[in-house]
Write a protein that binds this ligand. Structure first.
Ligand code: AVI
Length: 319
């Protein structure tokens, strides 16, 4: 029996659309009405976040800064001086300033998605620390970033402050830590993590009296109006933020105050009164839960520093 030669038939695999518009459409359509918190951070969102960091109710920033200032020299003893320091999501490079004089790294590689802002911050830092080599790297540190080759004899040490790890899903957090453990082999990671605490304190931190956090949350829709030509009426949405104790996380949502029609790039959506768009999780950890997670990712958990009230923690994780 003669057989016909096999011919390759091209298979068309649909590529899911990417970006803000596609993700917003998917979130509105459901079945899961949630969108990544990364969309908060356009220029206005970053400005509002900087304001949040200075609010009296928002304890994480000043508490972590307090821990870094108080224990910088102890941290340097643990970590060792002269490392090749990589910061994930460095922004204005402000927290690293608290470590530099003690840690005395040979080189500092701040990674951030916002290139222009990073270049300026890096140039300013180099002026303040004439002996320090600063090489800014523009990119998304949750994806693959290409770093300059390691320095001979200088272990690579990561710095990830702010408890941004808490904004990842558990799967994303594990994936990020696994990637970091590989990248930082022979060195380690200095990681800031917010702790489980009295829900009243957490509630206040994400529902501040001046409504800056509400503006930060609503900026997601304002950004869609600016960038995608949407016409969201911001007054028709309510900032909802609460502590989900079972999941140990603050959840932020934007809740529709009424039945309304919205449009994103030509697609229309009918939102019920009470429709809730989940915009952020901010997971809280215990010292032990964070150490278990780090162990699972391939780190060897080392020293931990906290403030007196045990609001926030900074972990040294050896890789
Ligand atoms: C950036 N991140 C750690 C902040 C947090 O606390 O989860 C973002 C934030 N959301 C509302 N307020 C601050």
């Amino acid at each position: 029996l003669a057989t016909a030669p096999l011919r390759a038939v091209p298979v068309e695999v649909p590529v899911p659309e990417e970006g803000f518009a596609a993700d917003l459409r998917r979130a509105l359509a459901g079945p899961v009405h949630s969108i990544s918190p990364k969309y908060f951070y356009d220029a206005e969102g970053s400005r509002l976040f900087d304001l949040i960091c200075g609010l009296p109710e928002y304890y994480p920033t000043r508490t972590e800064r307090g821990i870094l200032s108080a224990y910088a020299s102890e941290m340097a003893e643990e970590i060792g001086r002269g490392c090749d320091l990589v910061e994930f999501g460095a922004g204005s490079c402000s927290k690293v300033r608290l470590l530099l004089d003690h840690l005395r790294p040979r080189r500092y590689l701040p990674i951030d998605i916002s290139g222009e802002h990073l270049e300026q911050a890096a140039a300013q830092l180099e002026r303040e620390h004439p002996g320090l080599l600063v090489l800014p790297v523009t990119g998304d540190y949750t994806a693959q970033v290409h770093l300059p080759p390691p320095l001979e004899g200088a272990p690579r040490v990561g710095f990830f402050p702010g408890s941004t790890i808490g904004n990842f899903t558990p799967a994303e957090a594990l994936q990020f830590l696994r990637m970091a453990a590989k990248m930082l082999q022979g060195g380690g990671l200095l990681l800031g993590a917010d702790l489980v605490k009295d829900p009243a304190l957490l509630h206040a931190a994400y529902n501040d009296a001046q409504d800056v956090t509400a503006a930060f949350n609503l900026n997601l829709l304002a950004r869609a109006n600016r960038e995608l030509g949407c016409r969201f009426d911001l007054r028709a949405f309510w900032h909802s933020s609460f502590y989900n104790a079972a999941e140990r996380r603050i959840e932020m949502h934007l809740v529709s105050r009424k039945r309304q029609q919205v449009e994103v790039g030509g697609a229309e959506f009918e939102l019920e009164e009470g429709f809730s768009l989940h915009t952020e999780n901010s997971c809280k950890f215990t010292v032990d839960s964070l150490r278990r997670l780090a162990l699972q990712a391939g780190f060897r958990p080392g020293a931990v520093w906290t403030d007196e009230r045990r609001l926030f923690s900074v972990h040294w994780l050896r890789a």
